[in-house]
Design a protein around this ligand. Structure first.
Ligand code: ATP
Length: 308
């Protein structure tokens, strides 16, 4: 075996659109979503170790400004991914998984899924498994709906639970500003609130927005800002009313569009360009309604080996 360790960089995502259909019999919701990978990255480093304790085959180490809430046991999605890969490919060596986190935790930006994606791509490289991107995405879909996109990156349409991906024809690069919250929101809780708010309503099948796809094809940031749409936003705002205020402040300061990212509570604002994004960061920070505001751009590539 040539390598002793492999480091993979994996991006967070924003849902430009999240159309949520009725609840399925398996408890999941059929969705149609347009993902964009953005330049907030986690680095996942897998290192072979000589640990002999069978229960300790995978050790997990987290490096983050706010590591609380991130499990280091079998429930960490990185661990789940390692177990699945070991089972599928009959692997045996003990492994340390070290995750350097910049993607907000429980922020609606697929941080956990990104770490699972990082492990799949890292183990493919570490053990020279020779898997194609599609094969890795298929393995990822066994772990969670957002894992295949974390591997794919770019801009893509997700259907089913979000795991069935089609690349989207998208031009241009977009400047984003993310208003982060220190307390996450639980994705199942937000879906539950969405169901509650929709009680008694006729819910149609999820659809990708034609105006949004047109905006992406023509690299029209203004039109994209207007077309951003998230069916989970009312539910996220119902659980966390402060999100409405953050959305209002960002729009008042001239964002082209504002949206709760996925199940929240991160709020994403689209800016005209990098200078405008910087102005928005200053305005949002000085408004006092948001603690932490960061800039990012998208689309960026999916999980990529950066060191070995
Ligand atoms: P999504 O957008 O896919 O719904 P999210 O970004 O809202 O996800 P995550 O950051 O993935 O949320 O975290 C959700 C929960 O998953 C956390 O509160 C934590 O308990 C658990 N979790 C498991 N593995 C990880 C991981 N590697 N990093 C962060 N959280 C993890």
């Amino acid at each position: 075996m040539a390598d002793h360790y492999v480091t993979v960089r994996v991006p967070g995502k924003v849902n430009l659109q999240l159309s949520v259909g009725p609840k399925r019999s398996d408890g999941f919701h059929e969705i149609a979503t347009v993902f964009q990978a953005v330049s907030l990255f986690d680095d996942v480093k897998v290192t072979l170790t000589d640990e002999t304790d069978r229960d300790q085959r995978f050790s997990i180490e987290i490096k983050a400004d706010h590591p609380h809430g991130i499990p280091t046991d079998k429930s960490n999605l990185a661990y789940v991914a390692a177990e699945l890969m070991y089972k599928k490919f009959d692997l045996d060596d003990a492994l340390n998984i070290s995750i350097n986190k910049s993607i907000p935790v429980a922020g609606g930006m697929a941080g956990g899924s990104a770490n699972a994606a990082g492990v799949i791509v890292a183990l493919d490289a570490l053990f020279s498994l020779g898997l194609s991107r599609t094969e890795m995405e298929e393995i990822g879909s066994e772990i969670g709906s957002d894992v295949p996109f974390s591997i794919a990156g770019g801009t893509a349409i997700g259907t089913g639970r979000g795991e069935q991906l089609t690349p989207a024809l998208a031009r241009g690069s977009y400047s984003w500003v993310f208003a982060l919250s220190s307390n996450g929101l639980s994705t199942p809780a937000v879906y539950g609130e969405c169901d509650r708010l929709r009680e008694g309503m006729e819910i149609s099948s999820p659809q990708v927005s034609e105006s949004l796809m047109h905006a992406l094809r023509s690299a029209d940031a203004k039109a994209l800002g207007k077309a951003l749409q998230n069916d989970l936003q009312p539910a996220a705002c119902s659980i966390r009313p402060a999100l409405r205020l953050i959305l209002d402040v960002g729009m008042d300061y001239g964002a082209l569009g504002g949206i709760v990212s996925g199940s929240g509570p991160t709020v994403a604002f689209l800016a005209e360009d990098e200078d405008h994004a910087l102005d928005l960061v200053v305005a949002l920070t000085s408004s006092g309604v948001v603690g932490n505001v960061v800039r990012a751009s998208g689309p960026v590539v999916g999980a990529t080996v950066i060191d070995r």
